[in-house]
Design a protein around this ligand. Sequence first.
Ligand SMILES: C[S@@+](CC[C@H](N)C(=O)[O-])C[C@H]1O[C@@H](n2cnc3c(N)ncnc32)[C@H](O)[C@@H]1O
Length: 282
Amino acid sequence: MVWSLQSLPELNDIEFERWGKLLEERAGIYMGDQQRVFLQTQVAMRMRELDFDSYSKYLDFVLDGVSGMLEWTRLIDRLVVKETSFFRHKESIDMVAQHLAKRLVDSHDSESFELWSVGCSSGEEPYSLAMVLNDAYKWVNKDPLYGITATDISRAALSLARTGIYNERKLERLDQNYRQRYFTTLDDGKYQVISSLRDRICFNQGNVLNISEMPVVKVDAIYCQNLLIYFKRWLRENIMNAFVERLKPGGILVIGLGEVVDWSHPKMKRISTEEVQAYVHI
Ligand SMILES: C[S@@+](CC[C@H](N)C(=O)[O-])C[C@H]1O[C@@H](n2cnc3c(N)ncnc32)[C@H](O)[C@@H]1O
């Protein structure tokens, strides 16, 4: 069959509802009317690759068995927004570094500092965090002792993240100082994060909706930005509550400014700053 994206009929209301329901149930992502064209285009592109001519038939295929599950992981890569950059919100990243620096100065504990970057996309966020954590240890003349777990639902984003390889454009706005100390230049002109930093990060595929199924490891900091905004309010709050259970006492939770409003938790105290939305576990 020969057809183009133009020749595919528009998603009708019933199909849009079915697709929207699937995305919300499986990934938490809410597709409003504004995202309808985006959803239609992305699904249609995949349908063209697989030679499907009906949204409903393709949806049935995605819902069916192991092959459907495999197809779902491919499709979700196209439906999530993966936009990210190094030091995307510098103030938040600096807050994590300050939190660690204070702990290193105040206490003599020799435990590793564990951080979880949730919705890490192609790695710029956890690598930025690794750079500042590394520096925090240097300031106090201690050998770096930290680990970062970085989770995302998109396998494609994680594959990129694991290489730690980025082109010039990605590094354009990165401070020269970080560029010089934490990247090597490859033969093809791209840049790679140095291995001592890469080795600190464990990238894994996971869905933030299934936190309860993830191994229970408590961490010192959770960093989750530009992910909760895609979820409905009740779901954002549920995820925030689940994050609390993953934090050690004294640990911090940093989210994007304004991504969750009017949320409070008896174990968490808001850190008072206007530029960063962060909470400490009391
Ligand atoms: C807009 S990016 C934000 C990346 C980074 N946190 C930042 O602020 O630059 C959102 C990321 O969340 C991921 N994501 C979306 N839904 C998810 C889910 N249910 N579980 C885990 N990750 C998810 C996407 O794949 C994407 O990489």
